[in-house]
Design a protein around this ligand. Structure first.
Ligand SMILES: Cc1cc2nc3c(=O)[nH]c(=O)nc-3n(C[C@H](O)[C@H](O)[C@H](O)COP(=O)(O)O)c2cc1C
Length: 454
């Protein structure tokens, strides 16, 4: 699937990841009749999700993460799970229960040390036989900062400066063992070649790291770098380092513009457009007929508790208090200062444009939070995906099932065969590592590049 002769770009199929947000992307997923109530803290649940994803020949199993219960109203209300496993720990367990799928965990560059992160992902890459990926986030929430001392969350520009140096150190540490460093020759008593082990000697603004790493070169050389920043600084960071880019895009035109922008920026940094795979999120609800899909969707919406729906909307509006307004009245005019963030302004604009009530708006926000929603037959969903894929708006999709694992199972049963029938998606796994699965090349070790340059 990967590589090919220079100049002759092989027709590549789309790539599919699953966004595993405990019991599903929908705000009320945990209340779904098919979902086990204690699933968020159950290994069996995630094993079942991973099994469905591999049955569907997915490329990536993705665990988002935050370093706090980020939404304070959730603590107060106690009406949504909000607790889940630490992603690298969970993926280490799942590495023994899966064989093909890439395992992507989120780790923060703001509240971590590069040595820890390099070591953990290198270990996961070994444990999984070359299937580890790191979703690089800088953490933007003040609730996360409160768990790491009293300093406020640094501004985005500062966070991304640290993130740049962080990635530099992590990838350097991953390069510290050459591919052939270890000989483990019991006869001669030679374990590794000392000349093939490289100290990093990093001295930077944020980190001083000697190295080398105490984990050998990983099966993929380097775990996959995944990223989802959407500010200018975030997109530019993704263009420099990201190999898989997650993004929230609502229209085909916006997605085309995004992909052109980030791949263009990557080329400005000397990378090839083909070194990045851009996967927009997609929330599908599939049924044997459109009305069956709609019924499934309506059932999910009926599970949204009014207090939770309202609290989530207030959160997205930047903390406004809507409790004084009747939920079935038209969305009110809010004082300018409260609608300050771009997301808040957008929500208020949509509400007024479409004549929505407060309840209508919180139900909209409860579904996919900014990602496109397609409710219909397998053919409807495949049409959407095919259009985006063939018109340069996506290299694949980050599928966000409304509830797990059944919502994913239905996608695998109905939509995957339709994509295969159209020649858009693989019919069996090929390749050993997640890089091979994604058609992404292995970056050369910086020490190998250095050695061949001298
Ligand atoms: C699909 C997707 C998944 C994301 N997962 C996480 C996550 O797990 N943890 C996190 O802190 N941020 C996550 N983010 C947020 C981004 O990393 C980023 O912080 C956000 O898009 C704002 O962009 P900025 O950091 O460039 O301002 C995700 C974004 C998207 C689109």
């Amino acid at each position: 699937m990967s590589g090919g002769k220079p100049g002759a770009v092989p027709r590549r199929g789309m790539h599919l990841g699953v966004f595993v947000e405990t019991t599903g992307r929908h705000l009320a997923a945990w209340r779904h009749r098919d979902v086990a109530p204690h699933a968020p803290m159950s290994l069996d649940h995630y094993r079942a999700v991973a099994a469905e994803a591999e049955r569907g020949l997915f490329d990536l199993f993705f665990l988002a993460d935050g370093l706090a219960i980020r939404d304070r109203s959730a603590e107060r209300l106690g009406r949504s799970p909000k607790a889940h496993f630490e992603p690298l720990t969970l993926l280490s367990a799942l590495s023994t229960a899966t064989r093909h799928i890439g395992l992507v965990a989120t780790a923060s560059t703001t509240f971590n040390e590069p040595f820890h992160v390099a070591r953990k992902f290198a270990s996961l890459d070994h444990l999984s036989g070359g299937r580890a990926g790191w979703n690089i986030v800088t953490s933007s929430s003040s609730t996360e900062a409160e768990n790491f001392g009293s300093a406020p969350i640094p501004p985005a520009a500062k966070r991304y400066q640290r993130a740049d140096e962080f990635v530099e150190v992590v990838t350097g540490l991953w390069d510290s063992w050459d591919d052939d460093a270890v000989v483990a020759d019991q006869q001669s008593g030679r374990y590794f070649h000392p000349q093939s082990l490289h100290a990093l000697e990093h001295r930077g603004e944020h980190f001083q790291v000697r190295g080398p790493l105490n984990v050998t070169r990983t099966p993929q050389g380097r775990p996959l770098l995944v990223q989802a920043g959407s500010s200018d600084a975030g997109i530019s960071f993704g263009a420099r380092h990201g190999e898989v880019i997650y993004t929230a895009q609502t229209t085909l035109g916006d997605a085309q513009a995004f992909i052109r922008r980030i791949k263009g920026l990557a080329q400005d940094h000397g990378r090839r457009a083909d070194d990045l795979r851009v996967l927009p999120g997609l929330f599908p609800v599939v049924g044997a007929s459109r009305s069956e899909a709609q019924e499934k969707f309506d059932y999910l919406q009926s599970l949204v508790h009014p207090e939770v729906g309202l609290a989530q909307l207030e959160h997205h509006l930047g903390g406004v208090d809507l409790s004084a307004y009747p939920p079935d009245a038209l969305f009110p005019e809010l004082p300018e200062a409260q609608g300050a963030t771009s997301r808040a302004a957008l929500l208020a604009h949509v509400a007024r444009r479409d004549g929505l009530t407060i309840r209508d708006l919180y139900l909209q926000v409860a579904v996919a939070r900014g990602h496109p929603v397609v409710i219909g037959t397998a053919s409807d969903i495949a049409d959407f995906m095919q259009a985006w894929f063939e018109q340069g708006a996506a290299d694949g999709f980050n599928i966000m099932p409304g509830w797990l694992p059944q919502g994913l199972g239905e996608f695998v049963d109905r939509v995957v065969p339709e994509l295969q029938r159209r020649g858009l998606f693989r019919t069996r796994y090929e390749g050993r590592t997640v890089r091979e699965l994604m058609g992404l090349r292995q970056p050369a070790s910086r020490f190998a590049a250095h050695a061949s340059a001298v």
